[in-house]
Write a new protein. Structure first.
Length: 128
């Protein structure tokens, strides 16, 4: 069950990605699909420095309130994962994201923008 804190964390992550010009930001509501997370946040970076900047922006946005329990950086910096237990963030280079197709894997997931209180500003739909 999603808590207000989980929704606030997911919102803070989404806003940090938007502020740092993350591309194709998706929030997947994982309720009823997995037990390890309430939300998956998936975002593209334009380059490896941009992927790192997105990770840094997220860490700064949540600093003092939440901490990831796990951070995984691929050796080539093309995919970074931040695991906050209830929220898992995947930051990809576009071509790497296309290769792994997480949205296809979790195609049954509902869009999570409205459930975190950010309806109407979903940048992946071109209105953010």
């Amino acid at each position: 069950m999603k808590t207000d804190s989980t929704k606030e964390l997911t919102s803070a992550i989404a806003k940090a990605c938007m502020e740092r010009q993350g591309e194709d930001i998706r929030i997947l509501d994982m309720e009823g699909l997995v037990t390890y997370a309430d939300y998956l946040v998936i975002v593209d970076g334009k380059s490896t420095p941009h992927v790192q900047a997105l990770l840094d922006s997220i860490e700064k946005a949540v600093q003092g309130r939440w901490r990831p329990t796990y951070v995984n950086r691929s050796p080539d910096q093309s995919w970074m994962i931040l695991d906050f237990v209830d929220v898992v963030v995947h930051i990809f280079l576009k071509e790497v994201r296309a290769q792994y197709q997480l949205e296809e894997l979790w195609s049954d997931a509902k869009d999570g923008w409205a459930s975190i209180g950010l309806e109407g500003i979903n940048p992946s739909e071109g209105n953010g």
